[in-house]
Design a protein around this ligand. Structure first.
Ligand SMILES: NC(=O)c1ccc[n+]([C@@H]2O[C@H](COP(=O)([O-])OP(=O)(O)OC[C@H]3O[C@@H](n4cnc5c(N)ncnc54)[C@H](OP(=O)(O)O)[C@@H]3O)[C@@H](O)[C@H]2O)c1
Length: 248
């Protein structure tokens, strides 16, 4: 997959892990369609990467929750490139009410459930649906879903496990559902060249991860980039962090 002609779409790429994933893919010779929900933010991020000598970057507006923008993105990529080689479903949100990772299950508001699932799950599925015809035109076709270790039911059900205390239901369950999408889509596409994987980037110092996070952004983006560039013998339907499989 690692050749200069690959075209990648990275969502939520104006900051945090998305911007860094766009940077690292461009550094590896990939043409990057850098998407953000505001065109000005996408253009600003693209200009920043261009100032670093990464010229094969195209800014587009894509709020993943808007159907018209998902269709427009697919049409624009088809018109400009005729196919898509890599889709990094990076855009995501954490709930804000009462602090992003405060323990909260039964008292989750309806608004929070809708908002978090709409962005992290439904919109990811719908965008992937709209881009699948272009991914099928690729000689490879890689789908990287930005999940989280917090989506692991196996680890959550261990009372003394590493994530036992991090019980924010809406966010965690949205990543569990995203993982289910990875498994189901990988199965549906198993007779094609496309590979679909879930990634846990690590706990990373972004706006979402906060300054308390131990990992720097360049290290956090590494797993997404690796999975975006895996070869034909690479994994599919897996949940991966830095080369290691995580339990579902
Ligand atoms: N940081 C961590 O420790 C960590 C750990 C595990 C998983 N993750 C996952 O990694 C991904 C990236 O996280 P991050 O830490 O880089 O978060 P971040 O710094 O908060 O960045 C999130 C990005 O997603 C974009 N976004 C949000 N809603 C969107 C929408 N409707 N349409 C398009 N873009 C949208 C944001 O755009 P705006 O600038 O317009 O808001 C921003 O560019 C997320 O899926 C997150 O759940 C992060």
């Amino acid at each position: 997959m690692e050749n200069a002609k690959n075209v990648a779409l990275v969502t939520g790429a104006n900051r945090g892990l998305g911007l860094e994933t766009a940077r690292q893919l461009a550094q590896k010779g990939v043409t990057v369609v850098l998407a953000a929900r505001k065109l000005a933010s996408a253009e600003e991020a693209a200009a920043k990467l261009k100032s670093e000598g990464l010229n094969d970057i195209y800014a587009i507006q894509l709020d993943v929750t808007k159907g018209s923008e998902r269709s427009a993105a697919a049409q624009q990529i088809e018109k400009q490139f005729g196919r898509l080689d890599i889709l990094v479903n990076n855009a995501g949100i954490a709930p804000t009410e009462g602090g992003a990772f405060e323990k909260r299950t039964i008292n989750t508001s309806e608004a929070e459930l809708h908002e978090v699932f709409n962005t992290n799950v439904f919109s990811t599925i719908l965008l992937t649906h709209d881009l699948l015809p272009l991914l099928l035109k690729s000689e490879g076709g890689r789908i990287v879903n930005l999940s989280s270790i917090l989506g692991s039911l196996t680890l959550h059900s261990q009372p003394n496990g590493p994530i036992a205390a991090a019980k924010r239901f809406s966010y965690n369950a949205s990543k569990t559902a995203l993982n289910a999408f990875t498994v189901h889509l990988a199965d549906e596409l198993k007779d094609t060249r496309i590979k679909v994987n879930s990634v846990h980037p690590g706990w990373v110092k972004t706006e979402m991860g906060s300054e308390a996070a131990p990992m720097e952004i360049p290290d956090g983006a590494r797993t997404s980039v690796e999975l975006a560039l895996i070869g034909p013998d690479g994994p599919t339907g897996r949940f991966i962090h830095q080369g290691q499989e995580l339990p579902w």
